[in-house]
Ligand binder design. Sequence first.
Ligand code: CDP
Length: 231
Amino acid sequence: MSLQKIIIAIDGYSSCGKSTLANELAKRLKYNYIDSGAMYRAVTLYFLRNNIDFTDHGEILNAIANIHLTFQFNELNKQSEICLNDENVASLVRDMLVSEKVSEVAAIREVRSFAVAQQKRMGKKKGIIMDGRDIGTTVFPEAELKIFMTAEPEIRVMRRFKEMYAKNEHITIDEIRHNLELRDYIDTTRDESPLKQAGDAILLDNSNLNKEEQLNIVMEWVKQKTVNQLI
Ligand code: CDP
């Protein structure tokens, strides 16, 4: 008997390991993993490349009409990678220039409507894990399993610093700390679907958990939810 497929929504602060957990879960469960943050990052990259004025709603709507976002499965790293108008931008969107502007862009109502509509369509067949800031509250309020992830701020800073330093040796810890603090502030205080824990989300603080430990905890939650589905 195969278990019924569910929707898993993972939300939380910047750099608390959402995508690591989501990737591992997707491999174990043979689910699709969608990194919703990559969509906002790709829109930001388009805005930066085309000098879009973030305050001009007409310009924003025109720009969005020219943006086509897709995910392409990379067989080598077994990950779905974001494509902006058919160009794979998975690596480019992680650049600091994009990180500096993404929360400003993600707070724009038109940008959110555009991304959320596409994200909702991706969940139609279930068997999906999506991570972001508003997945359990706005994109999939009906998700069977909702996880709200957090970790101590300084641990998050060091995790992101290690990741970024591997690509750019000039990056500093202060730059990373400032970026995470600023994004968390904008994400939690914006008007449009601010980051907050959904009432029915389970809190996962992974400050003192390694990848395997957090995966094991969440796999237990998945089992409980999928077994409950069959009753
Ligand atoms: O990897 P990290 O957790 O640092 O960020 P991300 O998931 O790539 O998301 C980048 C930014 O996109 C966030 O700081 C939010 O401003 C925005 N975002 C959002 O508003 N809603 C989502 N569902 C996902 C990301």
